[in-house]
Design a protein around this ligand. Structure first.
Ligand SMILES: Nc1ncnc2c1ncn2[C@@H]1O[C@H](COP(=O)(O)OP(=O)(O)OP(=O)(O)O)[C@@H](O)[C@H]1O
Length: 245
C-alpha cells in the first residue's frame, strides 16, 4: 500500500548528484571532503565504502539534504536540494527519507511502539492509524510481541530493528543508514543488515548505507567506493548474485 506518494515504487532514478563538492573551513586549513562527485542513485540497495575520511558520511548527508554542498547539485524529484530553503529540506527529510544511525537514538522512556510511531504522532496524524502502522512495521522487523518493551529491555540488535521500523514509518523513498551495524557484534550486525535490506525492499524504499564492513556491503546490490572525495569505483552485483534484493 504505497499509494500516498506519486510514482512510489516506480521511480528508478531517485537522486542525481552532479559535480558535487564540499569544503569544510577555508584557506590553508580547508578540507575538501567531496571533490566533484557525479552519481545517480537508483532503486535497490547501495553501499558507500572507502577509507576513513574519504567523504562517505559527507556524501550521505548531501544526498539527504542534511549538509549543503559547496558547489554542484543534488537533484531529487526534479528539485535541487541545495537551492531549497532549510524548511523545505527539513520537510523533505521528514516525508521522503528515513534514517538509521549507528546507535538507534531511541527515546529510553518510550516503549518500542511509541518510538516507532513518534514522528507521525508529532506530525498530528491519527494515533490509532499510526500505532497500527508501527505494530505492522515491528512485526516486519521480527519484533511482534515486543511492542511494549522500552529500549533498556531490548538487546542492541533488537534496538536497531526498532530504529529500522521507525525509519520506514513514513513510507520513505530512500532510507539512509550510517554504519547501522557499527555498534553490534558481527553476527548480530549481519542479522540487522539482512533485515535492513529485506525490510526496505518489502516497503519499496531504496537503501543507501555507509559502511566500513565488506560483509555489510556484500548484502547490497551496488557498492560505491569513495577515495579522496571522489567515486573511485562503482560496482553492481550481477542479477541474482550477491546483493540480496
Ligand atoms: N563538520 C566538519 N568540519 C570540518 N571537517 C569535517 C567535517 N566533517 C567532516 N570533515 C572532514 O571531511 C573529510 C571527510 O569526512 P567524512 O566524515 O565525510 O569521511 P568518512 O569517509 O565518512 O570518514 P569515516 O569513515 O572516518 O567516518 C574528513 O577529512 C573530515 O575530517
Amino acid at each position: 500500500m504505497r499509494g500516498s506518494r506519486p510514482g512510489a515504487g516506480m521511480v528508478t532514478m531517485l537522486i542525481t548528484v552532479e559535480a558535487l563538492t564540499k569544503t569544510y573551513g577555508r584557506g590553508p586549513t580547508a578540507t575538501h571532503a567531496l571533490a566533484g562527485v557525479d552519481l545517480t542513485l537508483d532503486a535497490g540497495s547501495t553501499a558507500i565504502m572507502g577509507p576513513s575520511g574519504s567523504g562517505k558520511t559527507t556524501l550521505l548527508h548531501c544526498l539527504a539534504g542534511i549538509v549543503v554542498p559547496t558547489s554542484g547539485r543534488v537533484v531529487h524529484g526534479g528539485r535541487d536540494l541545495a537551492a531549497e530553503s532549510d524548511a523545505a529540506r527539513t520537510r523533505l527529510r521528514r516525508t521522503e527519507f528515513g534514517f538509521v544511525f549507528q546507535s538507534g537514538q531511541l527515546l529510553p522512556e518510550l516503549p518500542a511502539e511509541e518510538n516507532v510511531a513518534l514522528p507521525l504522532l508529532l506530525d498530528g496524524q491519527r494515533p490509532a492509524r499510526v500505532r497500527g502502522r508501527a505494530r505492522e512495521l515491528l512485526a516486519l522487523v521480527g519484533l511482534a510481541g515486543m511492542e511494549h518493551r522500552r529500549p533498556g529491555e531490548l538487546s542492541g540488535g533488537q534496538a536497531q530493528r526498532v530504529a529500522v521500523a521507525r525509519a520506514l514509518l513514513s513510507r520513505p523513498g530512500v532510507v539512509f543508514a550510517d554504519e547501522p551495524t557499527g555498534s553490534l557484534d558481527q553476527g548480530t550486525g549481519a542479522e540487522v543488515m539482512d533485515l535492513l535490506v529485506r525490510a526496505t525492499a518489502a516497503e519499496g524504499s531504496a537503501l543507501v548505507v555507509v559502511t566500513h564492513d565488506p560483509t555489510v556491503a556484500r548484502r547490497c546490490g551496488r557498492v560505491v567506493t569513495m577515495r579522496d572525495g571522489l567515486v573511485a569505483a562503482d560496482h553492481r552485483a550481477p542479477e541474482g548474485a550477491g546483493g540480496r534484493r
